[in-house]
Write a protein that binds this ligand. Structure first.
Ligand code: IMP
Ligand code: MG
Length: 339
């Protein structure tokens, strides 16, 4: 876009390695308190996402606006995002009510606008069959790719928020959803309609050479909200998994639905790490497994059980370092030093 040579110093990208809900909001908060960023940007999706973040002991939630807003950093909703006027306004009101500076929020003029008709179509065609969030995501992207969509730059309402398409300094790109919800890599059609992989962030307008770090977020067990034949409802009937879901409060931020819980699929995590090229992997919710006291994961299609959490952690670290060329560091929640 318009950035002239040297304006951008470096870019960090945070992406989900599972099916979303990998505590990316929390990790963004961690990164923002320990690094200087000039911009925090969302590159895809809309208010189907749900980010939970704790700031000074208070819990906040956003769906569309990047978590940079809680740390007084400029926030960009990028050109491949979709944006619903009402949802956006509600989020602005919520943030303003809590004393955050909403003048830092910028919307790409190229972002597509989610209309009421998109939401109606989503609820009618996708919400029960595919478990979509009902936020009009698929129909809005459908119109975008059919070249029939309406962009934020063409709607009066967005005029005060439009982004000049310039980035400078240090940039954090905050992923939404996760690797296995990606339109290409996920279990199609049980996917979202955008690119959740880190290369998608380049649509914000920086060359790949500016990427400094790609950080991946995973949980130590898998969860899935929405419909996916690979995550059958019968998982709810497994007592230990149901307990993990309960202790881990696995309830959708956007939908309020209970998430299906399963043991970590390390085979899938390895694929996600290899394809995304993450160098840092952050594994969260370790405390949940500790409190339930059962330590299992799938590896090479077999269920492997460990006598304690340390053995399980060591196994995950060994396999990720051994199998994923670019993984350098694997951290577990609570010990994120060095990020
Ligand atoms: P859509 O993005 O609303 O069309 O939903 C498509 C699929 O992605 C459904 O299975 C949703 O449950 C899932 N999904 C979309 N956004 C998120 C998210 O932020 N976290 C977890 N699942 C999501
Ligand atoms: Mg979420």
């Amino acid at each position: 876009m318009n950035s002239s040579k040297g304006d951008i110093i470096s870019v960090d990208i945070l992406c989900g390695l599972n099916w979303g809900d990998e505590a990316k909001g929390k990790i963004t908060g961690y990164l923002l308190t320990r690094n200087h960023y000039d911009y925090v940007c969302r590159w895809a999706g809309g208010n189907n996402a749900g980010h939970t973040i704790y700031v000074n002991g208070e819990k906040y939630k956003t769906h569309l606006i990047p978590c940079g807003i809680f740390y007084d950093v400029k926030c960009v909703i990028g050109p491949d995002c979709v944006i619903n006027m009402e949802g956006f306004q509600q989020e602005l009101d919520y943030l303003e009510h809590h004393g955050f500076d909403i003048s830092l929020i910028k919307v790409s003029p190229k972002a597509h606008v989610v209309m009421d008709k998109h939401i109606e179509e989503d609820i009618m065609k996708y919400s029960s069959s595919q478990g979509s969030t009902g936020r009009g995501i698929a129909p809005c992207y459908k119109d975008k790719y059919a070249r029939l969509g309406t962009r934020a730059g063409d709607v009066e309402f967005f005029a005060p928020y439009l982004w000049d398409e310039k980035l400078s300094g240090n940039i954090l790109c905050e992923g939404a959803q996760g690797f296995w919800l990606d339109i290409n890599y996920g279990n199609y059609p049980y996917v979202t309609s955008s690119t959740t992989l880190p290369y998608g962030a380049c649509v914000l307008g920086f060359p790949i050479q500016k990427i400094n770090r790609i950080i991946g977020a995973t949980k130590i067990y898998d969860t899935r909200s929405g419909v996916d034949p690979l995550f059958p409802e019968s998982l709810h009937d497994n007592e230990t998994l149901a307990m993990i879901g309960k202790v881990g409060a696995e309830i959708g931020v956007t939908t309020g639905r209970g998430r299906k819980t399963n043991w970590l699929n390390l085979d899938k995590l390895i694929v996600a790490c290899c394809v995304t090229g993450v160098s840092f992997v952050i594994v969260s919710k370790v405390d949940v497994l500790i409190s339930v006291g059962v330590f299992k994961l799938f590896y090479q299609d077999a269920l492997v059980e460990f006598g304690n959490i340390e053995l399980m952690k060591d196994f995950i670290v060994d396999k990720l370092l051994e199998r994923c060329e670019y993984v350098k560091t694997v951290s577990f929640s609570g010990s994120l030093e060095g990020l």
